[in-house]
Structure formats: structure tokens, C-alpha cells
Ligand binder design. Sequence first.
Ligand SMILES: Nc1ncnc2c1ncn2[C@@H]1O[C@H](COP(=O)(O)OP(=O)(O)OP(=O)(O)O)[C@@H](O)[C@H]1O
Ligand SMILES: [Mg+2]
Length: 245
Amino acid sequence: MEYAITSHDLTRAFGKFTAVDRLTLNIRPGEVCGFLGPNGAGKSTAIRMLCGILEPSSGQATVLGYDLLREVEKIKNHIGYMSQKFSLYEDLSVIDNLSFYAGIYSLPRHQRSERIAEMLNLADIADRKNSLVGTLSVGWKQRLALCCAIISRPALVFLDEPTSGVSPTSRRQFFNIIQNLSNQGTTVIVTTHFMDEAERCDRIAFMSDGKLMALDTPDNLKKKYHPRPDGRTGITAPYGPTGKH
Ligand SMILES: Nc1ncnc2c1ncn2[C@@H]1O[C@H](COP(=O)(O)OP(=O)(O)OP(=O)(O)O)[C@@H](O)[C@H]1O
Ligand SMILES: [Mg+2]
């Protein structure tokens, strides 16, 4: 497969308002692509369409070679998705949450215990495997939620603002996992408001007002948008802090 995602003029309107406006892009397998842009830019809407959760108003896309309009169930079965409100069961233990998702994603029974052990390692959470999730810090929960989303080894994962509300250390650990996945060939689409994370992506898709303004490597974008003396990239400069997080 040449591309993990292809999208051509993918558009979503809500009434008269166009949230995503003719999104055209190709993402290669194994790529980590960061979706960056101010609040309301259309990042989540784009991701929800590509996941098959939200129907496009017009345009076309393929995800893992499946047609977004005709094969949406296949897409849903082959991707992982983690939203900001990660859906963990707080009154279950770490290991019970992993078992639950192994069941939901129909991971073959004989692979489950080995895969759960791998996920405990990946999240560096083996010591807490019997703890109730409700007692964990946000950083732990976030790594666990990612592991639940990838337990069935999806070739592509969508992570929508996975790192808001966690400490810089946890965010770095989380991105280490993302890069680890990418090194094993998993394609990762991740939205972020943080420049340090964006810089760790292979390419950044910069969105504003529903439009894709740029799609390039962090280095090329920095050159293009002329770094400012204070070291900020200038990409976010016109918008300032998002104020949301
Ligand atoms: N279901 C909906 N009905 C109407 N408008 C919507 C709906 N979902 C999103 N929008 C609007 O579409 C625009 C894009 O929203 P979206 O959530 O995709 O932005 P975003 O880039 O993810 O922003 P943030 O950084 O705040 O998460 C916003 O103006 C939002 O209010
Ligand atoms: Mg969003």
C-alpha cells in the first residue's frame, strides 16, 4: 500500500458553516503526522471523518486502502482511535481494562495474555497492573488509554489531543511510545497544541479555518515561516496561545 491515508477535497459542513474545507493530503505508512492549528481549525472534524465516525459532506478518501464512503466498517475495524476523553473504566483495574479492550477488538483469545503483557511494558505500567484506574494519575491513564486503542495492533491510529492536561514529562513519555509505534510501521495521526510535540512528528499538517494551510516536515515549516528571535516557530504566532488548555 503506497499510502495509509489519501484524501481528496474532503469536506464537512454543519449547516452553512464549513468545518473542514476540501482537505487533500496523502499520508505514508509508518508516518507520524501531527495535526496542528488553532481551536476550531477543523482538526477533530477531519479526524472524525477519517475514522468513519462522521460522514463527509463531499469529497473522497481512502484509509488503509479502504474507501471511506463505501467501506467504512472495514476502516473502523482496522484503526485505533483515542479521543481526549479517553474511555477507560475507572472502577476496573489496569489489567481488566486491557482485557476488556482485547475482547472489544476481538483479539484472538490465545494472543491476549501475551499482548496484554506487551502493553503493560509499553506503557511502563506493569507495577500498577492491579490498581484501579481511578487511582492513577492522568499521565498513566493516558498511556493506558493509548495501549487500549492499539491492543489489536491497528496499522493506523488516530490520537485526538491525547496529551492535554498532563505534565511535560508524561507528554514526552507518551511521544516516546508514539515514535516506538511508528518505528514498527504504525501510522500515527496526532493532534496537538504543543510545539515540542509537533517537532517530533515526521510531518505537520497545519490547519486554519477548516483549510490545510501547509503539510511539511517541521524543519521545512520552520524555514518557511521564519523562526522568531524568541525561538517560537512563528506558525502559531498569528493566533497566540490557544487559551483552551
Ligand atoms: N457537530 C457540530 N455541529 C456544529 N458545529 C460543529 C460540530 N462539530 C464541530 N463544529 C464546529 O466546527 C469547527 C471545527 O471544530 P473542530 O472540533 O474540528 O476544531 P479543532 O481544530 O479540533 O479545535 P480544538 O483545537 O479546539 O479541538 C468549530 O467551529 C466547531 O464549533
Ligand atoms: Mg479538536
